[in-house]
Design a protein around this ligand. Structure first.
Ligand code: KIV
Length: 264
């Protein structure tokens, strides 16, 4: 089967075919997700919370992401593999290039970074050096202490306008994919329609070009907490392969996320 590339994702957007993404951190789950037909696997810094048991993602290191990226890349053969650049690993250009190189060497085909306009030069520098970049806007969890908690972003007109402008500027700087997290449905749809590149949502409604969930949420195994925007597919199916298959079906058919999993 042909490996998912940035061209595949662009074509999917052009043909209104929804992109299905999920996080994974090891070879076994990566293989299972790959075999079931997931398009994109993210080695997210969510691993700080779901694997290490921390309260947020700011404790995660580049070495940890690289370790899990190596495992995932051995399990997945078709999926695109995106590795998260963790907190403070892209604070300066040289540091960014070295850390991105480590994640690409570990098996990533794209790196993801959280932030808006302040990242433009960094993104351009990475792309010029051959590293594809995924942006991440909205509720960017590495800034949880600035936000004062995990809060929906983009509800005021000013915030919504900033989000749209940031998204356009990131695309201009060279990102090839954008994750939008916890933003109202309407602004997520506007941003998705305003960009040529695909937009993948999490808590951003059904109007984006694809969806991503943290695997522990999707399988209902996160320690005593289920975000409003997530859905426990294992509870419904009782089998991990069936759960993943149902998640894929519901994203592709537009059934997930429903209004109950979205924000106004
Ligand atoms: O770290 C992560 O898993 C993420 C997703 C929630 C998009 O960034």
């Amino acid at each position: 089967m042909k490996k998912v590339s940035t061209s595949t994702l662009l074509k999917m957007k052009a043909e209104s075919e929804k992109i299905v993404a999920i996080t994974a951190y090891d070879a076994s789950f990566a293989k299972l997700f790959d075999e079931q037909g997931v398009d994109v696997i993210l080695i997210g810094d969510s691993l700080g919370m779901v694997l290490k048991g921390d309260d947020d993602t700011t404790t995660v290191t580049v070495d940890e992401i690289a370790y899990h990226t190596r495992s995932v890349s051995k399990g997945a053969s078709r999926c695109m593999i995106i590795a998260d650049m963790p907190f403070m690993s892209y604070a300066s250009p040289l540091q960014t290039y070295e850390n991105a190189a480590q994640l690409m060497a570990a098996g990533a085909t794209m790196v993801k970074m959280e932030g808006g306009k302040w990242l433009l030069d960094t993104i351009q520098g990475l792309v010029e050096r051959g590293v594809p970049v995924c942006g991440h806007l909205g509720l960017t969890p590495q800034s949880v202490h600035v936000f004062g908690g995990f809060k929906v972003q983009g509800r005021s007109e000013e915030q919504a306008t900033r989000l749209l402008n940031d998204a356009k500027a990131l695309e201009q700087a060279g990102i090839q994919l954008l994750v939008l997290e916890c933003v109202p449905v309407e602004i997520a749809e506007t941003i998705s329609q305003s960009l040529t590149i695909p937009v993948i949502g999490i808590g951003a409604g059904a109007g984006t070009d694809g969806q991503i969930l943290v695997m522990h949420d999707m399988l209902g195994i996160s320690a005593n907490y289920m975000p409003k925007f997530s859905k426990n597919y294992l509870e419904q199916t009782g089998d991990i392969r069936k759960a993943v298959s149902l998640y894929i079906d519901e994203v592709q058919s537009g059934l997930f996320p429903s209004e109950a999993h979205s924000f106004k």
